[in-house]
Write a new protein. Structure first.
Ligand SMILES: *Cc1c(COP(=O)(O)O)cnc(C)c1O
Length: 412
């Protein structure tokens, strides 16, 4: 009989979003008449239609495939040069960062990339993750055999957890031990926290001193509208030697259903082999990409390219403004009823302390049953998320206004 990868058996049964789905379904079955009034602010999925520029570009791309002269079959595994150049110019070079098109690899999304990157790293690395955390970083390391068993609180043996708390403003601090790989995500999911230049510099300095590779998830970069907050780890000198960056069009352009992201692997970045010899990380990632991936679709890449046109930029900015406007309303309502709030500025997530005496799943149930609003319990993101909940600003304005009214009625 074939053997399975036993690491999968270490995964915790109640993955956060299935458990939310189970509780919502159970409530809807019990209270059928109320279920049409449910408003979902749980899963971080966008709600608004795609920017018009992307729609036009993708329609045209379909037409390209309709005739022999403009037909496209397999493209480069790394992505088309025109998209990689548009990304390098608009996301990096125009903002003073020296990232070239050759260092960018286009994919079908950042979730896959953050998991797939583990293919090129060995088994004995010491790995740090923030707590609370985007669950993908942890679970992909469990599957890859980089952890021990789960503990009672849901954390895993063998990982270094970096507590994110009100005291440190939910910004993970550099560990007091050396680690090989460290995941960072800013603007943060779930807390909405954004790291300052000084805070990121502390991480880059630590990484350079300790030969650490930072895995920087910038999926929410487009939500940074305030001057002075770094939009990329490469805004920090030295980051080219110690950081990989993940980006996505999912939240920037509403592409969660279209699927397109990219990863930046700078030429200087190295890691060592079994004999201690330094090997280019980009060479391995390129090898992995060309072996296991056949590129994101031509149509989708044309759609992503269009987000960098003048119209595309304006339409994207309008989308972001809409969601940030939602976040501001949610923040205000929470404050009005006396709750402590973080995030929601330069981020689509509002992170809220539960009312006195309520745990995060209790708050989830209360909001579901009494306000008919689905939120995300902080404990689902890690033990330091207990006592907090996340409200997603990805919604229509109408729904957000209704959520605010219900929240104020419930707790006011
Ligand atoms: C949404 C999200 C992503 C993007 O995922 P895609 O696969 O590109 O849709 C990546 N990281 C975090 C933390 C996210 O919340």
């Amino acid at each position: 009989m074939a053997r399975i990868n036993d690491n999968f058996l270490k995964l915790q049964a109640g993955y956060l979003f299935p458990e939310i789905g189970r509780r919502v379904a159970a409530f809807a079955a019990e209270q059928a008449e109320k279920s049409s009034m449910l408003i979902r602010c749980g899963i971080g999925d966008v709600t608004e239609p795609l920017p018009q520029a992307a729609i036009i570009a993708m329609h045209k791309a379909v037409d390209d495939l309709a005739c022999r002269e403009s037909f496209h079959g397999y493209g480069p595994e790394q992505g088309y040069a025109w998209l990689r150049e548009a990304i390098a110019k608009n996301s990096y070079q125009d903002r003073g960062m020296d990232i070239t098109a050759g260092e960018i690899y286009v994919s079908d999304g950042a979730k896959c990339d953050t998991g797939n990157i583990l293919d090129i790293f060995g088994q004995d690395n010491i790995i740090a993750v923030p707590d609370p955390v985007y669950p993908v970083y942890v679970d992909t390391n469990v599957m890859a055999g980089n952890t021990g068993d789960a503990r009672a609180d849901g954390s895993y043996e063998g990982l270094v957890y970096l507590p994110c708390t009100p005291e440190n403003g939910f910004i993970a601090e550099v560990p007091n031990q050396r680690v090989d790989l460290a995941y960072l995500c800013f603007p943060n999911n779930p807390t909405g926290a954004c790291a300052s230049y000084e805070q990121l510099k502390a991480w880059v300095d630590y990484a350079l001193a300790n030969d650490t590779i930072i895995l920087f998830d910038g999926a929410y970069e487009a939500f940074i509208t305030e001057e002075g907050i770094p939009t990329s780890i490469y805004a920090i000198p030295g980051a080219r030697k110690c950081a990989i960056e993940f980006r996505s069009f999912s939240k920037q352009g509403g592409f969660t259903g279209v699927r397109c992201g990219y990863i930046v692997v700078p030429q200087e970045l190295t890691a060592k082999d079994a004999n201690g010899k330094e090997i280019s990380v980009a060479s391995l990632w390129n090898r992995r990409t060309s072996t296991k991936f056949n590129g994101a679709s031509y149509i989708v890449q044309r759609g992503a390219e269009a987000l960098f046109s003048d119209e595309g930029k304006q339409q994207t900015a309008a989308l972001i403004k809409h969601y940030l406007g939602n976040a501001a309303l949610l923040r205000e309502s929470c404050k009005k009823v006396g709750l402590k709030v973080w995030g929601g500025e330069n981020a689509p997530y509002v992170w809220v302390e539960c009312p006195e005496g309520l745990g995060s799943w209790e708050m989830f149930d209360k909001m579901l049953q009494e306000a008919l609003v689905v939120i995300t319990p902080g404990a689902g993101f890690g033990s330091h998320g207990e006592g907090f909940f996340r409200i997603s600003a990805f919604n229509s304005r109408e729904n957000v206004i209704e959520v605010c009214a219900r929240l104020e009625q419930l707790l006011g």
